[in-house]
Design a protein around this ligand. Structure first.
Ligand code: SF4
Length: 320
C-alpha cells in the first residue's frame, strides 16, 4: 500500500499561562511525540479514553492546530511549516467530520451553501458546475436534492451527519479525519453512517483516521488500530490482531470491557483503576504505571519505547 501520510515525532503542547503578565507556566502535552504512517485507502482507527489526545492528534495532522514539534509529510511533501496560503491546495485534500452534527453546521446557512462552501473558497468550479457538483454529492451521501434549500435544524441527527459528510467530500479529498462521527447519533442510525463511510472509501479511495472511544466501531471499520494513552501511541496493530492478541495491559483492559455478542463466550471484564493522569504533569517512566496491574519497579523509572513485537505489532511495554 502506497504511503499517503506520515507523521514523525509529532507534538502539540498547549501553553498554560498564569499571573497578571500571563507568563507561560507549563504546558498541556496533548500530543507528545507520535510516529505514524497511513497508506492510501487505509483506515487507521484511533482509540483511548477521553482526554488522551485523540482529537488533538487528528486536528494537528490536518493543521487545524499548528504542531509544536515534529513533521507532517503528505504525499512525500513536508507540510509542517506551510503558511496559510501554502496550505490552501493541501487543505482541500484533507478534511474532517466532527462528532457533533448539531454544533458543526452553521444554523443560519442553507444546506446548499454549507456543502458548496469549500468549492467557493477553493474556486474550483463555475456556478453551474458547482451546483451540479453539490447535487451529485448530495446523491452520493443519500440525501435528496430538495434538502439543499433547507436549514440544518430541519434534519435529524443522522441526516445532519450526512450533510457534514457531503461538505467533507465535496472537494473530493484524499484524507478525512473522522472525529467520533457517530457517537452523538442514535444507535439505530450509527450503522448506516458507518456503512456510508465504507461505501465512500470504496468509491473514492479515501483514507481515514477514524477516532472513536467505541472499540466495536473501530474494529469494524479499521485496517489497523492505534491505542493512545496520555498523548502517545502505546500499541498499534492490524485490527484483528489487536482484538485477538492485545499485548499492552491498557489495551487488554479496554478490550475486556467491550461487551461480547456471543452469550456462550465468557470473559472477565477488567476494570481500569483511577482516572487518566493530567497531561500537564504526566507520571515519569511508563505513563500508565500508576494504573497498571502488572507494573514493576522499572516502570516508574524508564519509559518503554514503541517497538515491533513481531509482524508489525507495535507495543510500548517493558514486560512484552
Ligand atoms: Fe505496565 Fe510497566 Fe508495561 Fe507500563 S511498562 S504497561 S507500567 S508493565
Amino acid at each position: 500500500m502506497k504511503e499517503l501520510l506520515r507523521i514523525n515525532g509529532l507534538k502539540k503542547y498547549f501553553p498554560i499561562t498564569s499571573g497578571i503578565l500571563s507568563r507561560v507556566s507549563n504546558y498541556v502535552k496533548a500530543v507528545d511525540g507520535i510516529d505514524l504512517a497511513i497508506g492510501r485507502g487505509e483506515t487507521v482507527g484511533l482509540v483511548g479514553e477521553s482526554g488522551c489526545g485523540k482529537t488533538t492528534l487528528g486536528k494537528t495532522i490536518i493543521k487545524l492546530h499548528e504542531p509544536t514539534g515534529g513533521e507532517i509529510i503528505f504525499e512525500e511533501r513536508d507540510i509542517t511549516n506551510l503558511s496559510t496560503s501554502g496550505m490552501r491546495p493541501v487543505r482541500k485534500r484533507m478534511q474532517i467530520v466532527f462528532q457533533d452534527p448539531y454544533g458543526s453546521l452553521n444554523p443560519r446557512m442553507k444546506v446548499e451553501d454549507i456543502v458548496s462552501e469549500g468549492l467557493v473558497i477553493h474556486g474550483v468550479s463555475s456556478n453551474a458546475e458547482r451546483r451540479e457538483a453539490v447535487r451529485e454529492t448530495m446523491r452520493t451521501v443519500g440525501l435528496r436534492e430538495d434538502a439543499l434549500a433547507r436549514y440544518p435544524h430541519e434534519f435529524s441527527g443522522g441526516q445532519r451527519q450526512r450533510i457534514a459528510i457531503a461538505r467533507a467530500i465535496a472537494l473530493r479529498p484524499d484524507f478525512i479525519v473522522c472525529d467520533e462521527p457517530i457517537s452523538a447519533l442514535d444507535v439505530s442510525v450509527q450503522a448506516q453512517i458507518i456503512n456510508l463511510f465504507i461505501e465512500l472509501q470504496e468509491r473514492f479511495g479515501l483514507t481515514y483516521l477514524f477516532i472513536s472511544h467505541d472499540l466495536r466501531v473501530v474494529k469494524h471499520i479499521s485496517d489497523r488500530v492505534a491505542v493512545m494513552y496520555l498523548g502517545k501511541i502505546i500499541e498499534l496493530a492490524a485490527s484483528r490482531e489487536l482484538y485477538e492478541n492485545p499485548l499492552h495491559p491498557y489495551t487488554k483492559i479496554l478490550i475486556s470491557s467491550v461487551p461480547v455478542a456471543d452469550p456462550t463466550r465468557k470473559r472477565e471484564a477488567a476494570v481500569l483503576k483511577g482516572d487518566v493522569p493530567s497531561p500537564i504533569d504526566p507520571p515519569g517512566g511508563c505513563a500508565f504505571h500508576p494504573r497498571c496491574p502488572i507494573a514493576v519497579e522499572k516502570c516508574s523509572r524508564e519509559e518503554p519505547a514503541l517497538r515491533d513485537a513481531g509482524g508489525g505489532h507495535m507495543v510500548a511495554c517493558h514486560l512484552v
